[in-house]
Every structure is written in structure tokens, then in C-alpha cells.
Design a protein. Structure first.
Length: 267
């Protein structure tokens, strides 16, 4: 019989905070930074390879986040649980908030999940993470301290036989002020293929963190997607942390233009 609670005393915390007293305006998030699974769900019926794959988490983004937080002296929050349990960057009502398959394998605990089980995952694994992000941003606002939201992700070099040529994607929705500067800064580096809302685009239907905490609070924000093979080694992660830190610092150095009034469509 399933326990009333999803997480037990031996399960890791929902999220990890790094550099909580960071002085930078930048707040870093890694929504898919971990691949833990609550003990009561076992291995979800998946192989070790599947539970270590990109379907389970964003490979390399945890190491990138740690290095970037140190380089910028920035606050970093990493979600510790696999997106195969619940996706911390999907709106709760999105069909893929809790996925039914990993690769070609059905996830029995997800296929058969009922309303109560879904709510339990939201209450224990999704909402605490987002409440902590909101609390940090609200505390900064109360202190009249600037905030800039930077969400970190990685993407696979090949998806469904489609080769993705970009080294990095710069994503945004309604507010492209920071994303435009970051993209332009990255494009100055010879040989670097930079995607503009590629390989993914931000939308209300597919994204939660950037839409709710960035757009919703009308603070500067950008989502960065680095191709995961470029983050496979410590040297690669260090190179990308240095590159992204420099571009972010330059983009923010002169301040951003004011955000126009009124909503616009998300692409």
C-alpha cells in the first residue's frame, strides 16, 4: 500500500541551495539538475541507463551551475529530483508534467497515477521548489535589491535522428531584453552556433520557471540551453561557465531598457 507521503526520512531534500549569500543580482536555477527518485517509487521500472539519460535530467547542468555560481558570486537553486517523477519546469496542468514514457518504456507508476498521486508529487516536489525561488525574489524586492533570473538547461546533440547544430540556445518569451544582449554577446565568438529560441522556444504551455518567476515579476530573465556533449567534461563545464559569466556580466553592465507596458504573445 502506498504511503500517505511521497518522501521519507531517507530521501534527499527537494532542492539544494548553493551560495545563498551571493552578492550578484543573478539568481540561477537548474530545474532539471538532479535525478533522484523517491524510495517508495523504486526505480520506476527503468534501467540504469534510462534513469541516467537526458530523459531523466539535464546532463552536465549541475556542474555548470556550481561553476557559474562561483564565477558570478550568485545564488543557485538546483532541483534534486528526476523529471521522470515530475517536471519542475512544466506547468502543473501540462500533459508532460508527469510523463508516461521514458524512451520507449512505459513508466507504470506514472501511467496509473491518480489525482491524489499527482497532487502528492506537486505538493512535495514541485511547489516547495518554486516557493523557495519566489521567497528569494520577494526578499530581494523587500530589500530594494535587483534580481535577474537565469535558468540553466542542457539539450541533446541528436533528437529523433535530427542533428542539432547549435552549441547553445538563448531562450525567451515576451521579454527579450536580456536574451537579445546575451545572444549578441555569444554570437561575437567565432565558430559558435547560437540558437534564438532554439532548440526550444518558451511558451506558457511548456515553461513554468521563466514564465512565472521572470515574466510574472517583470524582472530581467533568460533561459540558457547548452548542448550536453559540451558539458561532458570538467574542462568543458569550466569553459562554458567562464563564457556565460562574461556574456551575462557584459549584458547587465549598462542596465537594460525599461519593459514596455502591456502583454505580448509568447512565440
Amino acid at each position: 500500500m502506498q504511503s500517505e507521503r511521497l518522501l521519507g526520512s531517507e530521501d534527499p531534500p527537494v532542492f539544494r541551495i548553493v551560495n545563498p549569500a551571493g552578492r550578484s543580482a543573478v539568481l540561477l536555477t537548474a530545474d532539471h539538475g538532479g535525478r533522484a527518485i523517491p524510495r517508495c517509487l523504486g526505480d520506476l521500472g527503468l534501467s540504469d541507463r534510462q534513469r541516467a539519460s537526458h530523459g531523466a535530467w539535464d546532463l552536465g547542468v549541475d556542474g555548470l551551475g556550481l561553476l557559474l555560481a562561483a564565477r558570478l558570486d550568485a545564488f543557485l537553486i538546483l532541483h534534486n529530483y528526476s523529471r521522470l517523477v515530475i517536471d519542475a519546469n512544466r506547468p502543473p496542468r501540462a500533459p508532460d508534467s508527469i510523463v508516461s514514457h521514458c524512451e520507449q518504456s512505459a513508466i507504470a507508476a506514472n501511467v496509473t497515477i491518480g489525482v491524489a498521486g499527482r497532487q502528492r508529487r506537486l505538493e512535495e516536489l514541485f511547489h516547495p521548489y518554486h516557493r523557495r525561488i519566489a521567497a528569494e525574489l520577494e526578499a530581494r524586492q523587500a530589500q530594494a535589491r535587483a534580481s535577474v533570473l537565469v535558468t540553466l538547461h542542457s539539450f541533446t546533440p541528436v533528437l529523433d535522428d535530427e542533428v542539432r547544430p547549435w552549441h547553445v540556445g538563448v531562450l525567451h518569451g515576451r521579454d527579450a531584453r536580456l536574451a537579445s544582449r546575451v545572444r549578441q554577446g555569444l554570437q561575437r565568438e567565432r565558430g559558435l552556433r547560437v540558437g534564438d529560441n532554439q532548440p526550444y522556444a518558451v511558451s506558457d504551455a511548456s515553461d513554468h520557471t521563466l514564465v512565472v518567476h521572470g515574466e510574472g515579476r517583470r524582472i530581467p530573465h533568460v533561459e540558457l540551453e547548452v548542448r550536453q556533449d559540451l558539458l561532458a567534461t570538467e574542462a568543458g563545464r569550466r569553459a562554458w561557465a567562464q563564457r556565460l559569466a562574461g556574456v551575462l556580466e557584459a549584458a547587465l553592465a549598462e542596465g537594460l531598457p525599461p519593459l514596455p507596458d502591456g502583454p505580448a504573445s509568447v512565440g
